[in-house]
Design a binder for this molecule. Structure first.
Ligand code: DQA
Length: 150
């Protein structure tokens, strides 16, 4: 059974009321419920967590070795600043998908640089709450294709 770890970073606990014109009105709890339903329909599991603390995210990534087959990561603003998160993803050696509700590259200049993109296998951005679902289904397909080609 595939196990996916879905991590959300700072301020994403505010989804639903935070800048709804940018991020929509779906709450993080609703996103997590949908991910669990999609995972179940695919015979997989998804462990969904959120933290405002960089160190907590780093610990969860490091601890994922042997516990998850892939990571979905919406690092929020840490996306644009955190070399430590980049090193953690690289270090754990698991496929990681960068996820964003908005399309950061179409926003302010400071959002155009992702520190984590170079160590992720793919990025899903701009689909609102659906970005998480798209990322989950895509990474499950990606894992199947990887294992078939081995
Ligand atoms: C975000 C985009 C980031 O630039 C921002 O700091 C966030 C949310 C997104 O999901 O669109 O907190 O990661």
């Amino acid at each position: 059974m595939r196990r996916v770890l879905c991590l959300s970073g700072p301020n994403l606990q505010l989804l639903g009321t935070r800048e709804p014109e940018v991020y929509g009105r779906t709450t993080l709890a609703e996103i997590h419920d949908e991910l669990r339903a999609v995972a179940e329909s695919r015979g997989a599991t998804v462990d969904c967590r959120q933290s405002n603390h960089e160190g907590t995210l780093l610990d969860w990534i490091a601890d994922a070795r042997g516990q998850a087959d892939a990571i979905l990561l919406n690092a929020g603003a840490f996306t644009h600043t955190s070399i430590a998160l980049r090193d953690a993803i690289k270090g754990v050696g698991l496929p990681c998908i960068e996820v964003h509700l908005s399309n950061p590259e179409a926003r302010e200049a400071f959002r155009r640089r992702s520190r984590i993109a170079p160590v992720c296998v793919a990025k899903v951005a701009g689909f609102g709450a659906a970005s998480y679902r798209v990322a989950l289904t895509a990474v499950l397909d990606w894992l199947d294709a990887r294992d078939e080609s081995r």
